[in-house]
Design a protein around this ligand. Structure first.
Ligand SMILES: Cc1cc2nc3c(=O)[nH]c(=O)nc-3n(C[C@H](O)[C@H](O)[C@H](O)COP(=O)(O)OP(=O)(O)OC[C@H]3O[C@@H](n4cnc5c(N)ncnc54)[C@H](O)[C@@H]3O)c2cc1C
Length: 439
């Protein structure tokens, strides 16, 4: 049930679970809990449709589509919110470009051989609207939680809204993003933080342009400077693209007197091949940005509260896992909350099992994300490595299969790019070059 002002008389004052935040983590958790028979209140301070307060220009990969199916969000939602992408084009500092055909790299995998770029406003709105089909979910937008209610023993027992309204629940869930209000209120301690590879990220939408690739509307371009910054351009509709720059944190600090728009465009101009692509294009949105993107986990639960999604595990977007991890974390948490509610486990055991399962499902990928940030943004490889080694490795079909397989969680993230794979890919690359030379 989606609540409007007119329905306020129907609102219950106690629920099995209150979820603060109604985007990927909160909206999917609500569905799983409702299917498990629990009564759920989802509140969000936003008005839908809207973008999240934390900017995001996401890709939806095949494994994310599978989890969306499970909560009743069909592929058409992602398709209508953005563009279908069939390949990646990786350009290395103007030296060469390597094309990865996504479908070919997924050969032998039964999942969908393509991915989507999406706009968050229609996508998140579909997640929110999806809640209305469950009688045991109440969803209230424009409800900002300003206080957590606690009992004498310090147990979190409910929430208070900006208008002083109080609602209680058996458990209060913070699905409220990387700067989580709930985490802040309960002092959820960060752990497993990695702070060596933080980046700054800025993006905006553009219309028009002179894109070189014949099928640019299905192509995601990555431009790597190999000197501490890289760019993405991908279509989000027939004639609109998202353009981002990601940099080693504070590599190019913004002068105090420069607007964020001028700063962003100055970063784009540093890479002539990229700047050329958007010549003639018009920037049609504001510039969003985030500095010093942190990477880590927070304690996931305590007396009467739990965290899920970015609130529990926040990380860089370089490999597009945030929405997947939010959906996966919600699914894992729901199973433990439903068992706890059914009396199968104590509260403490449910939180401990959720913590262990979340780490098991995400930690190796998280560390691989850090590895990619190091290799692809922070490291500055010598030119001969870029021109003589990386091209041969990246062009290798087996390497491409491993790369897409790990990014879509088909293969174990840990060690997906083993020294043996890299060496063999390099040898095969030399072989290909020799054959070309003599053919
Ligand atoms: C630049 C960038 C690029 C990204 N690219 C990708 C990508 O390619 N693929 C991908 O999968 N992920 C990507 N992500 C990550 C993705 O955006 C997040 O992982 C995802 O949004 C997390 O979902 P969530 O539901 O946990 O939190 P959010 O989407 O942040 O939602 C939190 C909600 O909580 C609400 N809220 C907060 N506090 C309160 C309060 N006190 N009262 C009421 N409501 C409250 C907010 O209004 C918000 O709606 C990217 C992120 C960034 C920053």
């Amino acid at each position: 049930m989606l609540i409007t002002d007119l329905d306020l008389g129907e609102i219950m004052t106690h629920y099995d679970a209150i979820i603060i935040g109604g985007r990927p983590a909160g909206a999917s958790l609500a569905v799983h809990l409702a299917r498990g028979g629990m009564t759920v209140l989802v509140v969000d301070r936003a008005t839908f449709p809207s973008k999240p307060a934390i900017p995001s220009m996401p890709l939806i990969l095949p494994h994310t589509l599978d989890l969306l199916d499970e909560i009743g969000i069909p592929e058409s939602v992602s398709a209508n919110a953005g563009s279908k992408l069939l390949r990646l084009l990786l350009e290395m500092n103007g030296h060469y470009a390597v094309e990865i055909d996504f479908g070919q790299a997924m050969a032998g995998d039964s999942r969908r051989p393509y991915f989507y770029s999406i706009r968050r406003d229609p996508f998140d709105n579909a997640l929110w609207e999806n809640l209305s089909q469950f009688d045991n979910i109440t969803a209230r937008q424009e409800f900002g939680v300003t206080k957590l209610l606690t009992d004498d023993a310090g147990k979190v027992t409910g929430i208070e809204g900006a208008n002083g309204e109080q609602i209680t629940a058996d458990v209060v869930v913070g699905a409220d993003g990387r700067f989580s209000f709930v985490a802040n209120q309960v002092n959820a301690a960060p752990f497993n933080e990695v702070s060596d590879y933080n980046t700054d990220f800025y993006f905006a939408y553009w219309r028009g342009g002179t894109y070189d690739h014949e099928d640019w509307s299905h192509t995601m371009h990555v431009y790597s400077s190999t000197q501490g910054y890289q760019y993405l351009i991908f279509p989000v509709s027939d004639n609109e693209v998202a353009v981002s720059v990601q940099m080693v944190h504070d590599l190019f600090p913004k002068p105090a007197n420069q607007s964020i728009e001028d700063y962003y465009e100055a970063q784009l101009q540093k890479y002539p091949q990229l700047w050329h692509q958007i010549q003639g294009a018009e920037r049609i949105s504001q510039v969003w940005g985030m500095k010093n993107i942190r990477n880590g986990y927070r304690e996931v639960g305590g007396n009467g509260w739990v965290l899920v999604g970015d609130a529990a595990h926040y990380k860089d977007s370089i490999d597009g896992q945030g929405i997947y991890d939010a959906l996966l974390g919600a699914k894992i948490l729901a199973a433990h909350l439903i068992d706890w509610k059914a009396g199968k486990h104590s509260w403490e055991a449910a939180v401990e099992q959720y913590r262990a399962a979340l780490l098991d499902a995400t930690y190796d990928m998280f560390m691989e994300t850090q590895g990619r940030l190091k290799r692809e943004v922070h490291d500055e490889p010598p030119q001969f490595v870029v021109t003589q080694i990386l091209r041969r490795v990246m062009e290798d079909p087996t390497y491409q299969k491993q790369f897409i397989g790990y990014a879509t969680r088909r293969f174990e993230p840990k060690g997906w790019a083993s020294p043996q794979l890299m060496l063999e890919a390099l040898v095969r690359g030399f072989g290909r070059d020799l054959r070309k030379l003599f053919s």
